[in-house]
Every structure is written in C-alpha cells, then in structure tokens.
Design a protein around this ligand. Sequence first.
Ligand code: TXA
Ligand code: MG
Length: 319
Amino acid sequence: MASLITTEISQAAKVIAVGNLVAIPTETVYGLAADANKKSAIAQVYQAKGRPSDHPLIVHVASSQDAKSWYTQLPNWAWQLADKYWPGPLTIVGPKADFVLDEVTGGQDTVAVRVPSHPVAHKLLVELKDQGVNGLVAPSANKFGHVSPTSAKHVETDLAEYLSAHGGLILDGGSSDVGLESTIVLATGDQPVILRPGAITESDIESATGLKVLASKLNAPRVSGSLDSHYAPKTKVVLVTAAELKPQSDAGFIGLAKDALESGLVNLLAAQTPEEYATHLYEALRKGDELGLSIIYAVIPTGLGIDQAIADRLTRAAH
Ligand code: TXA
Ligand code: MG
C-alpha cells in the first residue's frame, strides 16, 4: 500500500486537482483540503469529517489579491486588518461573490476566507493556482466535534481510514506553530465582530483598524466551533483553579507551569507562556486519551490576548 503521509507538495496538488482530499499543514491546525469550486470534492469533506452539511467552510487562498475575488467587497477596515495579518491566522467573513458555491457557505450570503502563512500550504496554493484551482476549502482535519489536529500523526488517527479508501493523502509539514484555529472576524458592518477568538486578539484588531470590536456573537450557531460541546477528547475534561488541584495518579494536568503541582498528577502540559499553552493544548488533550487517564484537570489562563482563545476551546472541551 502506498504511504498515506507524504512531504511531496506536487503529489498533494495532483490529488486535489483530480477532486480528492489532502490534509494540509497550516500555522493554526491541519486542514482537510478540497478544491473550493468542485461540489463532489466538498461533499467528500463533509463525509470524511461526519460534519453537518449546513456548517460553512473557510476558503484558503495564496494572497490577499486572490482573496479579493471571493468577496463582492469588504469595508476598508477589513483590508487594513488583512494588510497587517495576512498571511496569518486570521479569517475574514464578508459578502460572497456570485460564483461561490452554496456548499462552501452553507447557503449563506457571506464567505469566510483566509491566507495561511505556513510555507507548505502557501507553496501548494501557488502550485494549484497554476493548474486552475483558485481556492481550497479546509476545515480542521478531525472528525466532527473532536480535538483539532496539529500534526500529520493526529490527522492519521482521525482520518486514515477514509483517506486511504478514497485516494486521499496527508501532506506533512511538521507541527502547527499557533496550535489553535484562526480568529474569525465578521466584516459585513462598520465595526469588526469576532466570531471565534484566536491568536489575533481583540486588541490586535482594534489597533490595526482604529475601531472598537462590537460585542462578540460567539454563540452564533453558524460557527460550528461555537457549539457548546466541541474540541473534546474522550477523556472527561474538568476546569479547576490551581488551588483546587490534588494529587491523583490517573488524572492529567493541563495548564501553566506556575500552576502545576510538584507531583501527583500526570503533566500533559505545563506551559511557560500562554503562547506555548496554545501551541500544545490539542496535543495534550489527545495524549490524555492515549494514556487512558480517567480525567483531565485544566487550569485556564485568565489574561487577555490568546488566553481568551484557550479559555474558549477548553470551556467547550469540558462541556
Ligand atoms: O485555522 C483555521 O481556521 C483552520 C485551518 C485549517 O485553516 N480551519 C478551521 O476550519 O478551523 P473549521 O471548518 O474547523 O472552522 C471554520 C469555521 C466554522 O466554525 C464555520 O462555521 C465558520 O468558520 N464559517 C465559515 N464560513 C462562515 C460564514 N460565512 N459565516 C460565519 N462563519 C463561517
Ligand atoms: Mg474545526
């Protein structure tokens, strides 16, 4: 059997060009990529993930210039944001161009687009553009509701069976740096609205645009990551304060090193910084399952910035 995991970008491009799926590395998490203009390929994405078909997908493109064609227009403030943070972990939702398939938008009149900064994703997008593929849909490459993957190995755990049976591939580009999904910003009005928190924070958005971020609609049902329960491992996750921690040999700890017990818990993650916490969070949740722990105790960071995205994901994982 041919290997499912490859580092050959051209091989991955071929698989996508014929309408099959490739799990691709991005700086946030691995995405399950398909040609964004091919209905049958998009149908495979929903099937592989077991994702409800009314949940819209993010389109990934090679540059801001390429992003432009997917919208009818965006407000100036959104382009200021794009200028500062693309390529990078930012998704902008705006009014969709006519050609954009309902299968991408879930039938909505808006489309979500991002320009990933991961060099492998970027090279793949450029190579595909030369072959006439001008965008890739790519939801996180996990089964619906499960923890997002930050390595090729994680993708293999969730999707090897489907990808092997359907001519798919996993493109290995190493571990994802950011570790949490992109910040999603709604750009249909005069002010930014955050639909999903991420590494680009509220204050980043306010300083790039000079505008106040409107009270967020984090519970809007059209963002699947905003369902109450999501990003969840099999092992039960319980949120605690550092003061509540007690030694327990079959329990795991996730948090900052300063909050960890000296001993008596399995340290799945004891991060030095919130950024390191984000990078390794999903890996730590998956490790809890692998070790067969009975429970995971997580101490969420309480600062602003990326702390809020970590708190958001862990609250859903614990639901
Ligand atoms: O970092 C990321 O964004 C990763 C990597 C692979 O790029 N992708 C990702 O995709 O997180 P996914 O499908 O797991 O999450 C996409 C989110 C969903 O919650 C979806 O509801 C939302 O984007 N979304 C897509 N189109 C939308 C739209 N038109 N309006 C509002 N939300 C939208
Ligand atoms: Mg996801």
